[in-house]
Ligand binder design. Structure first.
Ligand code: FRU
Length: 516
């Protein structure tokens, strides 16, 4: 080859490589290093600016997609876009360019995505199954003019693995019949009824629509609680096998805007059946997916391959009571750890257990084991928490009375307490003295997780990050997610045994490496 040809060749290769790199917009130019004071190290957060609900989660060709409610121009809520990230393991994420921008029909509110494998919509191209996003258009002018028809459901499609999107030309696909809160469509394919099924929130209820092609929809059902006037948001609907049996049940998840178990917003669910038209459940049996204050709009991934078969989901790790004023910058909000849901039948009480996905293991570094013994007085287990993210595991004997209390603290006397109260049979996270709280009157508080069931031990798996804690108790039967903002990093982990002695059967500390 002539030298100039070699140079041209090298330049071309360099150009192609740089184009490939640009497909993955890391946004790293916008932020220092993902190392700000409260920046989560093992949780997803946007590089900068405002994020709320997870949206459009779908698995396709080896990638888990995570879209999210995003306002790229500020750290408070504003005109909603769909931000976008992908991961091969649910844990380590690549940021991609914004997927959906507001348009003449409105802001892009929450919704879901599916793969239209048989191209029922006709929106695929070149034999490629399209990825279809189904979302709510929220029209601001409509809202301001006091109309009640400013939210409607629309779709968009992508034939390049979610990299670029085209809005459907005849949006919306579901017009608003006159209901002010009419949003957050989740679409699933029903194998049994061979139909697309959409569930979305209509003020204090869930509505069901079905379709053959994702474009023409027919209203088929409704589910709600008699006398309930709380606002419902972000529902989800899916079948799930009952562990250890051949029985299948249907779950309707719905997030609730007021009066969560510990105040403010929270994610709940019902267990029941689906008859092809509607979810049928016992509306009196509303259960909480998470007793902490910071797991909202939790929904699950679509199109997880059958050979995997897990029901995987993620939630927004904040609460509308204070989400817009928490002291983080230049971003606001993170997602929970991805969770796996399993349904257990405990004496005819069907309970969803949530555990952290096993993929978290990719981050595990060093472990140390705690002494297995009866602690008769308080004992510092670790006094040099060198890492910001780690996992604690404890299996205690149930004390006859009193508390199990693990304290995580710093030298400025800020502390986070996690544990179990024997007389009430509740787990707790107490963030009353855990650091900054002046931004909200309701933030400094303790939270209780109902655990009134028979147990053989008190078992707590705790994922701690720079500004969040997730307690997965009793194999995920009682789960609590809380955020907190210590003025300086926590350094110590202590087993408190002043009030009563506690016996540790098993315990460990494992550091987690940062995903950024
Ligand atoms: C829930 C929610 C959704 C809505 C979105 C707007 O947090 O209020 O109901 O689609 O946020 O950002």
């Amino acid at each position: 080859m002539y030298p100039y040809k070699i140079i041209v060749f090298i330049l071309m290769v360099a150009f192609i490589v740089s184009c490939k790199e640009n497909e993955k917009v890391s946004h790293s130019h916008e932020v220092e290093s993902y190392n700000e004071q409260f920046r989560p190290q093992v949780h997803f957060s946007p590089p900068a600016n405002w994020m709320n609900d997870p949206n459009g989660m779908v698995f396709f060709e080896g990638e888990y997609h995570l879209f999210y409610q995003y306002y790229p121009d500020s750290t408070v809520w504003g005109p909603m876009h769909w931000g976008h990230a992908v991961s091969e393991d649910l844990i380590q994420w690549d940021h991609l360019p914004i997927a959906l921008y507001p348009d003449s029909l409105g802001y892009i509110f929450s919704g879901s995505a599916v793969i239209d494998w048989d191209n029922s919509s006709g929106l695929g191209a070149n034999g490629q199954a399209p990825m279809i996003a189904i979302f709510t258009h929220h029209n601001m002018e409509g809202e301001k003019s006091n109309s009640s028809t400013f939210q409607y459901q629309s779709i968009a499609y992508s034939t390049d693995k979610g990299r670029t999107w085209t809005k459907y030309k005849s949006n919306p696909v579901i017009e608003n019949p006159g209901i002010r809160d009419f949003r957050d469509p989740k679409v699933i394919w029903s194998e049994e009824y061979e139909k697309w099924v959409m569930v979305f929130a209509a003020y204090d209820k869930a509505l069901f629509y079905t379709s053959d092609n994702l474009i023409d929809w027919e209203r088929t059902g409704m589910f709600g609680i008699e006398g309930d006037d709380r606002l419902w948001e972000c529902p989800d609907l899916f079948p799930i096998k009952v562990e250890g049996s051949n029985e299948t049940k249907w779950i309707l998840i719905t997030s609730i805007q007021q009066k969560g178990p510990n105040g403010g917003t929270a994610t709940s669910y019902f267990v029941g059946e689906f008859d092809g038209s509607s979810f049928i459940g016992n509306s009196k049996e509303q259960k909480w997916l998470d007793y902490g204050t910071d797991n909202y709009a939790f929904v699950t991934w679509s199109d997880i391959p059958e050979e995997d078969g897990r029901r995987l989901g993620i939630g927004w790790m904040s609460n509308w009571q204070y989400a817009q004023v928490v002291p983080t910058s230049p971003w606001r909000s993170a997602m929970t750890m991805p969770r796996e849901l399993k349904l257990f039948n405990h004496d005819n009480n069907y309970i969803l257990h949530s555990t952290i996905v096993d993929e978290l293991n990719v981050l595990r570094e060093k472990s140390i084991l705690f002494d297995q013994k009866t602690y008769e007085e308080s004992k510092v287990l670790i006094d040099d928490l060198s890492k910001d993210a780690y996992e604690l595991y404890f299996k205690f004997e149930i004390p006859k009375k009193g508390l199990i209390n693990v304290e995580i603290s710093n030298s400025t006397e800020e502390e986070l307490n996690i544990g179990y109260n024997v007389s009430d049979q509740t787990y707790f996270i107490d963030r009353t003295f855990a650091g900054k709280d002046e931004f909200s009157e309701v933030f400094a508080d303790y939270h209780l997780g109902e655990a009134r069931y028979e147990k053989t031990n008190v078992e707590m798996r705790i994922i701690v990050d720079r500004s969040s804690i997730e307690l997965i108790a009793d194999n995920g039967r009682c789960v609590m997610t809380d955020i907190y903002f210590p003025s300086s990093p926590f350094e110590k982990v202590t087993i408190e045994a002043e009030v009563n002695e506690v016996t540790l059967i098993e315990g460990s500390y494992t550091t987690l490496r940062s995903i950024w």
